[in-house]
Ligand binder design. Structure first.
Ligand SMILES: [Zn+2]
Length: 237
């Protein structure tokens, strides 16, 4: 056993037992435990640790914990990515998946997959695995993962938006909310006959999902979604 002190910064504290939040504490780690193993046994999946220091020096998750180490763990700070992130929302995050698709983020979501298949698919397609299941994020094969703290979809969206600074990659209303496929613009004549006549008359632009055939237009439902997303993220869509 090695006894070390730990300090988890920022929102990482929420993943710890209550008495360990916001304080430096001492704990015994399993013999030859890596820092990954040590922090995960305290409740913090490796995906949530953006960086860490040991005795004031930068260190990696594979470092072995030694007697007397002072370990500090820091959360991710908001950072824009060069490319739009791809997501995989686990079975419990259907509402969040829908909101991300509304904003144009390719978000896979499948109720039927087992954990090992989710991890494999997310890895293969370089998707950020969004989940409230900490055990899933502790899997070493999860290279990109994000623990979602909030319970309500709009608050979950704000968390993801903050961590990945997604605003600059938003392409609202370009994906099918059901299939996650890119919509194709179609002209009024093509839409006529597939939407009520009053709708075909009133709206100039339509889009179609090649997967399910649904037709989308900028009606009252669209207005409500736009207002809700804008208010959630405090941006103008
Ligand atoms: Zn579709």
């Amino acid at each position: 056993m090695a006894t070390a002190t730990f300090r988890f910064h920022g929102a990482l504290g929420e993943l710890l037992a209550r008495e360990r939040r916001g304080v430096t504490f001492v704990t015994a780690c399993a013999r030859a435990a890596t820092i990954k193993h040590a922090i995960e046994s305290l409740g913090v999946p490796h995906t949530e640790a953006a960086r860490l220091t040991v005795n004031g020096q930068p260190a990696t998750l594979s470092r072995i914990v030694r007697e007397g180490d002072a370990i500090e763990v820091f959360p991710h700070e908001s950072g824009a990515l060069d490319e739009a992130p791809l997501f995989f929302a686990d079975a419990h995050l259907g509402g969040l998946a829908r909101l991300l698709r509304m904003l144009g983020f390719d978000t896979a979501h499948d109720h039927a997959l087992h954990d090992r298949d989710i991890v494999a698919l997310a890895g293969r397609e370089r998707r950020v695995l969004l989940t409230r299941d900490r055990e899933l994020l502790k899997c070493r094969d999860v290279l990109r993962g994000c623990f979602v703290h909030a319970l309500k979809p709009e608050a979950q969206l704000r968390e993801v938006a903050a961590r990945y600074a997604i605003e600059r990659h938003m392409r609202p209303f370009t994906l099918c909310l059901h299939c996650n496929l890119r919509l194709e613009a179609i002209d009024k004549r093509e839409a006529a006959g597939r939407v009520p006549a009053s709708i075909a008359e009133r709206y100039p632009e339509f889009a179609r999902c090649a997967g399910c055939g649904r037709i989308y237009w900028q009606g009252s439902h669209w207005e409500r979604m736009r207002a809700m997303l804008g208010a959630s993220l405090a941006v103008r869509l």
